[in-house]
Design a protein around this ligand. Structure first.
Ligand code: FMN
Length: 310
């Protein structure tokens, strides 16, 4: 019996550039808030990690509505980084997450290099965070965001500025809205990134033909969900072959089969985003599916990573 139990639990622990995860399934920034809303659906301590909603120095009210629009096989969002600011996160949300014993990755966003450095310095003074994910790829904010993520030089500067202030693993989140993702990934690695998170949303828009106006208040938004999975897989595949740091892969993962695809092209861990809105238990179900797949195929997670690349 105990042997059988052992068998059912393949080792799925991951070391993501110094960040230790009990399992490879994380929930993507901006799709899981600070965890509270999901508490009634699942035990959030069972997540590999919870990546918090993008957090800025000052509170942000976000963009004007409409901010969400469903598209074929996906959704557009233009939330514009609505969040209560770093102080409120530290005072009201981090204590809750600590109490829940969940591995927390802070997703931070700034308008300038100095703001990224300041956020990292503030978070360095606290305990209970496992890593920093740098949002340098948000398509829905006027300043910063995408501007940082589309230039190799800027990506390197942001990574260096944060590394200077922080002893936590630093994981820049790459934008897919570039011509050459490998060039950006190499710049981040060279600057000292401990791992790479990819991908953020693809820029898109929709038009209301009755009003003859763009649907989103912000006009453009970020496309996520199954529609972007092939793009994300292609980018992870390319970057995996170019860098030596691990990849946190995601974009359109709705079920465990999608997750397996990401491991096979080189992701060491994965993030579940839009799927949380469809099924709040998606992350936990995906994790169970990954375990079952490994068991059935007599593979370790390590063996799975990059298996379709070699
Ligand atoms: C409503 C919404 C809000 C998001 N907010 C953030 C954010 O604050 N910071 C960030 O780095 N990414 C944000 N993202 C991007 C997701 O974290 C994820 O990278 C993207 O949606 C692709 O994954 P998916 O197809 O599984 O959703 C957001 C996505 C959605 C749909």
């Amino acid at each position: 019996m105990s042997e059988l139990k052992q068998d059912k639990r393949p080792d799925v622990r991951v070391n993501l550039g110094g960040l230790q995860l009990d399992n490879p399934v994380t929930v993507a920034s901006g799709t899981f808030g600070y965890g509270r809303e999901y508490e009634k659906y699942l035990d959030i301590s069972k997540l590999g990690a919870l990546i918090i909603t993008g957090t800025t120095l000052a509170a942000k009210t976000g963009n004007i509505p409409p901010r969400i629009y469903e598209t074929p096989s996906g959704m557009l969002n233009a939330i514009g980084l609505e969040n209560p600011g770093i102080d409120v996160f530290l005072k009201e949300h981090l204590p809750y997450l600590r109490e829940k014993n969940v591995t927390v990755i802070a997703n931070i966003a700034g308008n300038t290099l100095e703001e990224y450095a300041e956020l990292a310095a503030i978070l360095q003074k606290t305990t209970g965070l496992a890593a920093l994910e740098l949002n340098i790829s948000c398509p829905n904010v006027e300043k910063g965001g995408l501007q940082f993520g589309t230039s190799p030089k800027m990506v390197a500067e942001v990574v260096k500025a944060v590394k200077n202030e922080s002893s936590l693993p630093v994981i820049p989140k790459l934008s897919p809205n570039v011509t050459d993702i490998v060039e950006i990934a190499l710049a981040a690695e060279e600057a000292g990134a401990d791992a790479l998170s990819m991908i953020n949303t693809l820029i898109g828009m929709a038009v209301d033909i009755r009003n003859r106006r763009p649907v989103l208040g912000n006009i453009i938004g970020g496309l996520s969900g199954p529609a972007i999975k092939p793009v994300a897989l292609r980018m992870v595949y390319q970057v995996y072959q170019a860098v030596n740091i691990p990849i946190l892969g995601g974009g359109g993962i709705m079920n465990y089969e999608d997750a397996i695809e990401f491991f096979m092209v080189g992701a060491s861990a994965i993030s579940v985003g839009t799927a949380n809105f469809v099924n709040p238990r998606a992350s936990i179900e995906i994790e169970a599916g990954i375990r079952a797949y490994l068991l059935e195929n007599k593979l370790s997670l390590n063996e799975l990573v990059g298996i379709a690349v070699r």
